[in-house]
Design a protein around this ligand. Structure first.
Ligand code: PLP
Length: 422
């Protein structure tokens, strides 16, 4: 009997033993195509010799030094690298160990920023339904996945949730995609005015929605309107690129494609590519300066922030991403999407095939015409996962019917090194 506290206590897990390229192997030697890179993590595939060498060299030189006393070469180098590549005014990088930590840091920084500049009455966050920002309590509060939240609602900070930009279900007949995007973006303004603009800290959103909807990109103009509203009422725009960032959508930062800039951006999964647990929160020079000019201390921290070995892995990963792999992802994405469309485009239970880069989703429906989802009790997502695993494909299916607002979906996020033959 295993003493590991597994999340799924009713389903025994296969034991992973080896990773090589785009494949994972279990302890019995069965091979799986890593079709979602875990959860959009393994962008480089497995066993990359350059990342392994960087980790080995760093661990031998300096595995860890606490950031209360020291910075380190790999942390400085990775921060420079990310700032050089980032759009807009993002200028400072706060390293953490994963996505939820990055979001917690973002939420706390945003609140502290307003305290430092004398606007302590700003206390509300606005986010979106059918979103996911992590499992720690602050991150969970800003998420909109009912199933993940409901047991913990009594111990969470209340957050306003508005509609996501989810054209497949939200766009009305006769409405253009652009008008739909403006309509849902304007819900932000309505909510700001309802709460009182002077009480709102910021808006939190994934540029391309990942785990909860399955790779849903915004329609054109949506984020531009969101940015305008944030500027008009003095809100911070916090973009969660934990899943969709680091090249996954075909550009290093997903929001580059929206032609907007953010005040705070979170990244994680692809940053360590699974080789080390690392995430980061990036913010503008202005936000950082407000703290530097004020208390001089960000009231937040964890033991492993800026971990040198994790940062060394991040450097090796980002070097590879910017050295051609993001372009490769941008080129391979349309091929995979085209293949999915050819295979499943007319399937009676596939309602939508969407996404960008190698971040693609298929929405599973009971009826293609009415878009009616399957009932949660049908357990479609579980059946897909089991069938895929037994056929040698590890992919990420999620049940959408828990909130009655979407169908089940499958998220595909394979390594950028995949070939046409895969
Ligand atoms: N934000 C987004 C958009 C995510 O998809 C996730 C994880 O799936 C998180 C935050 C939380 O990241 P982690 O699981 O590393 O804490």
């Amino acid at each position: 009997m295993s003493h590991v506290f597994a999340r799924h206590s009713k389903t025994p897990m296969r034991r992973a033993s080896t990773g090589k390229g785009v494949y994972l192997y279990d302890a019995e030697g069965k091979k799986y195509f890593d079709g979602s890179g875990g959860a959009a993590v393994s962008c480089l595939g497995h066993g990359d010799p350059d990342v392994i060498a960087a980790i080995q060299a760093q661990v031998a030189q300096l595995a860890y030094a606490h950031t209360s006393f020291f910075t380190s070469d790999p942390a400085e180098e990775l921060a420079d690298r990310l700032v050089n590549e980032a759009p807009g005014d993002l200028d400072k990088v706060y390293f953490v160990s994963g996505g939820s930590e990055a979001i917690e840091a973002a939420l706390k920084l945003a609140r502290q920023y307003f305290v430092e500049i004398g606007q302590s009455e700003r206390r509300h966050f606005i986010a979106r339904r059918q979103s996911y920002h992590g499992n720690t309590l602050g991150a969970l509060a800003t998420g909109g996945n009912v199933w993940r939240k409901q047991a913990f609602a009594p111990i969470m900070v209340e957050t306003s949730l508005i509609s996501p930009c989810y054209a497949y279900r939200g766009q009305q007949e006769g409405e253009s995609a652009f008008d739909y995007g403006q309509r849902v973006a304007n819900e932000l303004e309505t909510e700001v005015l309802r709460l009182g603009p002077e009480t709102v800290i910021g808006f939190v959103a994934e540029p391309v929605v990942g785990a909860t909807l399955g790779a849903v990109p915004p329609v054109e103009g949506y984020f531009k309107r969101v940015r305008e509203i944030c500027d008009q009422y003095g809100l911070l725009l916090i973009l969660d690129e934990v899943m969709c960032g680091m090249g996954r959508t075909g550009s290093l930062f997903a929001h580059e494609q929206e032609g907007i800039t953010a005040d705070i951006v979170t990244i994680a999964k692809g940053l360590g590519a699974g080789y080390q647990p690392i995430g980061a929160m990036m913010c503008t020079a202005g936000i950082h300066q407000a703290i530097a000019d004020g208390s001089g201390f960000f009231q937040h921290g964890h033991t492993y922030i800026g971990h040198p070995t994790a940062c060394a892995a991040g450097n090796a990963v980002v070097k590879k991403l910017t050295g051609g792999l993001v372009d490769r992802c941008a080129g391979m994405g349309p091929k995979l999407k085209g293949a999915l469309q050819a295979e499943f485009g007319q399937h009676p239970h596939i309602g939508d095939i969407r996404g960008c880069g190698l971040f693609l989703g298929l929405e599973i429906v009971a009826d293609r015409g009415t878009k009616a989802p399957f009932a949660a009790a049908d357990g479609v997502n579980k059946k897909i996962k089991q069938t895929a695993m037994s056929n040698g494909l590890a992919c990420y299916p999620m049940g959408g019917t828990v909130d009655g607002q979407s169908g089940d979906h499958v998220l595909l996020a394979p390594p950028f090194i995949m070939e046409d033959t895969h």
